[in-house]
Design a protein around this ligand. Structure first.
Ligand SMILES: NC(=O)c1ccc[n+]([C@@H]2O[C@H](COP(=O)([O-])OP(=O)(O)OC[C@H]3O[C@@H](n4cnc5c(N)ncnc54)[C@H](O)[C@@H]3O)[C@@H](O)[C@H]2O)c1
Length: 268
């Protein structure tokens, strides 16, 4: 992959799931990675697995803008430059997801907590990383969105709003800094089976999502990681301002698709 070797990427939420797969992909393509995560032990373990010459763990909380600044500044100082930012951390703990309900029942505190990590945390990453990219003559930012940012759903209104917000943020970054060589894109994953997902998702829920996915299999973290690195590489050099779904076609079919294809409904 062109334009990755020797470069430096900061990955937030880098210790597990999609972020960890992205760290492994960046390192395999010859980049050095700063593994930013609230889970210090997991970030450390991943850095050891990848190799400490090219991976550096950094414990931070994306809800705290000063800690985001330290992640970016110390990461850039550690490896001597900063070329890519993968804004990916999200508040997806069970406790928060359960309380992120509907406009009538949600507590304002939950709305603020979700937005602080999933939206303001991404802005903070951009705020502190972009000056390094401008100094280097360019760079690339990728953010993890979600299909929830594109469609209405029955719950998780704060999560959905945060994912919609970063699509707008990404387009603004792409527009404002494009001529200076900074590109910015969002990837909207469908159901990606991570370690956490395997532990927390009820099999019945997984079945519903599987029925609405056009591919024979569900997603894996590597599906997203491969695109993250491509978007940062020179091969992705003409792609900016986009929100790209990597979801096995979940958003791209008629709403009645699952009923007909499962035999629950018929045209006859
Ligand atoms: N897995 C899916 O099906 C799916 C679908 C759509 C979108 N996403 C998005 O993908 C991204 C990654 O999620 P994942 O599925 O890999 O989950 P994951 O739980 O495996 O990874 C999330 C990581 O973020 C870290 N994190 C959480 N809060 C943080 C904070 N305040 N500061 C720093 N780090 C923090 C966690 O410790 C964890 O390592 C998220 O933005 C999520 O919304 C995932």
């Amino acid at each position: 992959m062109k334009g990755i070797e020797g470069k430096v990427a900061v990955v937030t939420g880098g210790a597990s799931g999609i972020g960890a797969a992205a760290c492994r992909h960046f390192a395999a393509a010859g980049a050095r990675v700063v593994i930013g995560d609230i889970d210090a032990a997991r970030a450390q373990a991943l850095a050891i697995e990848i190799g400490e010459h090219c991976a550096w763990p950094f414990a931070f909380d994306a809800a705290d803008t000063e800690q985001v600044r330290q992640l970016v500044e110390q990461g850039a100082a550690h490896f001597g430059r900063l070329d890519f930012l993968f804004n990916n951390a999200a508040l997806v703990s069970r406790d928060v997801v359960k309380r992120d309900t509907n406009p009538v029942d949600i507590e304002f505190e939950i709305w603020d907590r979700v937005l602080a990590v999933n939206a303001r945390g991404y802005l903070a990453g951009c705020k502190y990383a972009i000056p390094h990219m401008l100094k280097a003559g360019g760079g690339a930012i990728v953010m993890t969105g979600s299909g929830s940012g594109l469609r209405g759903d029955l719950a998780n209104i704060a999560y959905s709003a945060s994912k919609a917000a970063i699509m707008s943020l990404s387009r603004s970054v792409a527009t404002i800094y494009g001529k200076q060589g900074v590109r910015c894109n969002v990837i909207n994953p469908g159901l990606i089976v991570t370690e956490r997902g395997r532990e927390t998702m009820a099999p019945a829920v997984r079945d519903v999502l599987q029925r609405h996915t056009l591919t024979p299999r569900l997603g894996v973290p590597e599906d997203i990681a491969a695109l993250v690195v491509h978007l940062c590489s020179d091969d992705g050099g003409f792609i900016t301002g986009q929100a790209i779904s990597v979801d096995g076609g979940m958003q791209e079919h008629m709403p009645y698709y699952a009923d007909f294809s499962s035999g629950k409904a018929s045209w006859e």
